[in-house]
Design a protein around this ligand. Structure first.
Ligand SMILES: *[C@@H]1O[C@H](CO)[C@@H](O)[C@H](O)[C@H]1NC(C)=O
Ligand SMILES: *[C@@H]1O[C@H](CO)[C@@H](O)[C@H](O)[C@H]1NC(C)=O
Ligand SMILES: *[C@@H]1O[C@H](CO)[C@@H](O)[C@H](O)[C@H]1NC(C)=O
Ligand SMILES: *[C@@H]1O[C@H](CO)[C@@H](O)[C@H](O)[C@H]1NC(C)=O
Length: 317
């Protein structure tokens, strides 16, 4: 636990799980498992970007991605499972499929809409990612399928009992703002309001469809990953991982150049031997081992980590 709490603070990940008063009575005890709908960026992308016209910068569907758990690449920017995969597992759900990979019989326990590189704003990496607004459009298509399949009352119940997970925002700040702040067209505060305003509108739209249980992660754009410049080297020893600063896969200082697998701009890369010793798999994405630790904290964590509910009680609400 000491490790997890440390890693948690190091990475400045903030989790909120909140629950709106539910107008429909929850199913007690042996009721159906709640669905899990997942939105956002690369922290949660399980392969949606395999299906769109994008660049390899925002894809990871080649070896050695996926090698630890899946034994082959899936599109997840990780050696194995993501936080949402573990949460589904803890909740006794099967893996939540990517929106583009599912057949219409597979969406009853949720769908993953996340897209690497995306942000809250449609301008963020426009044209080469699935922005959050489009992810909402995809969600609305799924809602229609659910209504057709289950009828309006049962689909309403499913949407109200479901858990909605988001990781978004960091790409909005990372790309335009940090790459060239002088040229950025808005004052910083106005920009934050725009990002938050758009995110709030998405949450409101899901609320209007019946959604009540929301989990939101925010991960600041730099300083946490080997690709970030401001990483504080001190924390390494406390984390319980043998190598917490350097990425497992990539090249350059701390393997901070995101060349894992040699399909992006830079072709050279090295791969570590013991991936479970590492926090980061590539320059900006955690290893499966780190994701498992995060997920465990979210699931069982006390209120200093996740509030007002941990996910175990959240899924059972
Ligand atoms: C994909 O994007 C490239 C570059 O923008 C474009 O030239 C190409 O026509 C697009 N392909 C499809 C199938 O949309
Ligand atoms: C998952 O299944 C196990 C074994 O049946 C059960 O003990 C546990 O309570 C279930 N967890 C949830 C969150 O439903
Ligand atoms: C959403 O973002 C757009 C830019 O993409 C901006 O013009 C608009 O004002 C934002 N909406 C809200 C409610 O903040
Ligand atoms: C760290 O490395 C040491 C020696 O190389 C090894 O014995 C130990 O198991 C490693 N720790 C972890 C957490 O893998």
């Amino acid at each position: 636990m000491a490790f997890s709490a440390n890693l948690f603070h190091v990475c400045c990940l903030i989790f909120f799980a909140f629950f709106f008063t539910n107008p429909i009575k929850c199913v007690d005890g042996e009721g159906p498992l709640p669905a899990l709908f997942v939105f956002g960026d690369s922290i949660l992308d399980v392969g949606n970007n395999n299906y769109i016209n994008t660049t390899t910068q925002f894809q990871a569907n080649w070896s050695p991605y996926g090698e630890t758990f899946f034994k082959s690449p899936t599109g997840r920017p990780c050696d194995g499972r993501l936080i949402s995969d573990f949460i589904a597992e803890f909740a006794n759900l099967s893996l939540i499929p990517a929106f583009f990979e599912i057949g219409t019989d597979k969406f009853l326990h949720g769908v993953n809409f996340a897209s690497s590189g995306s942000g809250c704003l449609v301008e963020t990496n426009r044209g080469i990612v699935i922005d959050l607004q489009t992810q909402l459009t995809h969600f609305n298509e799924v809602v229609e399928l659910l209504v057709n399949k289950l009828g309006s009352q049962q689909s309403q119940q499913l949407l109200t009992d479901a858990v909605y997970m988001f990781s978004t925002g960091s790409n909005d700040y990372a790309f335009p703002y940090l790459t060239n702040p002088k040229k950025f067209p808005f004052p910083k505060e106005q920009f934050s309001e725009m990002v938050l305003g758009n995110f709030t509108a998405i949450l409101q739209a899901i609320y209007n469809k019946g959604g009540r249980k929301f989990i939101i992660f925010t991960l600041p754009p730099e300083g946490c990953s080997p690709g970030g410049r401001a990483f504080n080297a001190q924390i390494g020893g406390k984390s319980g991982f043998n190598v917490s600063i350097e990425a497992c896969c990539g090249t350059g200082a701390f393997k901070g150049i995101n060349s894992c697998g040699g399909k992006r701009q830079v072709k050279d890369y090295e791969l570590c031997k013991n991936v479970t010793d590492y926090v980061f798999f590539d320059a900006s994405h955690p290893t499966e081992t780190a994701n498992q630790q995060f997920a465990q904290l979210l699931w069982n964590g006390t209120t200093d980590v996740i509030a007002p509910h941990n996910l175990k009680s959240f899924f059972q609400l």
